[in-house]
Unconditional design. Structure first.
Length: 356
């Protein structure tokens, strides 16, 4: 069945439908990873987006039951150049097309993904409509309130028998791999809604706070910054991606939209304190501006080698730090997994000590 990707720029791409054939709209973004399409389609940070895979062949090792990053995908659709219908892997349980159908995702294959990527790189914020009508028009439709759509509603505990530190994981759209990393390091973890109050956190008696990744504009979380700051200043705190941006906003920094985002598994970042460069997995459309850092108690710790953007910060006096990239990196390099280990060690040493 023929399908069309109609862009807000006026460009139209024809391809073959797979998955759900109902029309859908979303921001069009691209991911440069050669592997990891299962993790990408199930990453809550892609909420409301149509993901274009720049690597030509997608679906060749199928879909398994272990590598999902969430209960169900939050993205709207998938665009691939060459969809593999007969995957080959001993863990494969179904095809990408079958998975898209199961979860109601629209998909288009047989299109020029390089051309789509070039359009996004040229225009920046681009929206798309997956449709059977090539004459349809796609107006810009930014997704608001994305975090509320993907975050948990009630706290949930994991690793209750572990004897390591107790971590309160704030869910803005967390990836399962973050939870897995903390559990593998012996932590007890309570996943909490993003809007939980300081009093509720104190009753949990955590040893540390983890602010997760998530979708959307970080400034949509402005009403919650005061409470988050109160919590972060009482417990050792680490943030990833959106969590990194929120920590920066807490202390008076600003954020801005990147021209076309960082999404892939091969982004080099430099540790400004050691000079070492790491390859990292990333998925974000916004970045922390560094102009106001000097007037805050924050220090930049990592910088993107490609465009010089801020990739990490830490507090000068308190055990608060964050990175823009994903140290858990599923899929992708795990060069920076030691950041999880450092955070857990910090929680073990400091425990519930108050810094307020």
């Amino acid at each position: 069945m023929k399908g069309y990707l109609v862009l807000s720029t006026g460009d139209i791409f024809e391809g073959e439908w797979f998955g759900c054939t109902e029309a859908c709209t979303g921001e069009v973004v691209f991911n440069t990873g050669m592997t990891g399409y299962q993790e990408v389609l199930s990453d809550p940070s892609y909420a409301g987006q149509i993901v274009t895979f720049t690597y030509p062949l997608i679906g060749n090792y199928g879909i398994n039951d272990m590598d999902f990053e969430s209960v169900k995908p939050a993205c709207r659709g998938l665009i691939v150049g060459d969809l593999c219908q007969e995957p080959s892997h001993y863990q494969s349980g179904r095809t990408l097309a079958e998975t898209a159908q199961e979860f109601g995702l629209g998909g288009l294959t047989g299109v020029d993904t390089r051309a789509i990527t070039n359009i996004v790189r040229t225009h920046g914020e681009v929206y798309g409509l997956l449709t059977s009508d090539p004459a349809a028009i796609c107006p810009p439709q930014p997704l608001l309130g994305a975090v509320a759509q993907v975050a948990v509603k009630e706290p949930k505990s994991y690793g209750t028998e572990a004897d390591g530190p107790h971590i309160a994981l704030f869910d803005f759209g967390y990836k399962k791999s973050i939870l897995t990393c903390l559990l593998d390091l012996g932590c007890r973890v309570t996943v909490v809604p993003y809007h939980v109050s300081p009093d509720e956190i104190n009753r949990l008696k955590p040893d540390g706070i983890f602010l997760s990744n998530g979708p959307g504009d970080p400034k949509e979380m402005t009403p919650y910054l005061s409470g988050l700051k109160t919590i972060a200043e009482k417990y050792p705190t680490m943030g990833i991606c959106l969590g990194h941006q929120l920590i920066s906003l807490m202390y008076g920094c600003d954020t801005e939209r990147l021209p076309y985002g960082h999404r892939g598994s091969n982004h080099p970042v430099k540790n400004l304190e050691t000079g070492k460069v790491y390859l990292t997995s990333q998925n974000h459309g916004y970045v922390v501006k560094t102009e106001k850092l000097a007037s805050t108690p924050l220090i930049q710790t990592f910088r993107n080698v490609n465009d010089g953007s801020c990739e990490g910060i830490r507090h000068k006096y308190l055990p608060i730090s964050s990175v823009q990239f994903h140290p858990e990196a599923h899929a992708g390099p795990q060069d920076t997994h030691h950041l999880f280990e450092q955070f857990v060690q910090q929680c073990q040493v400091i425990g519930e000590r108050s810094y307020a």
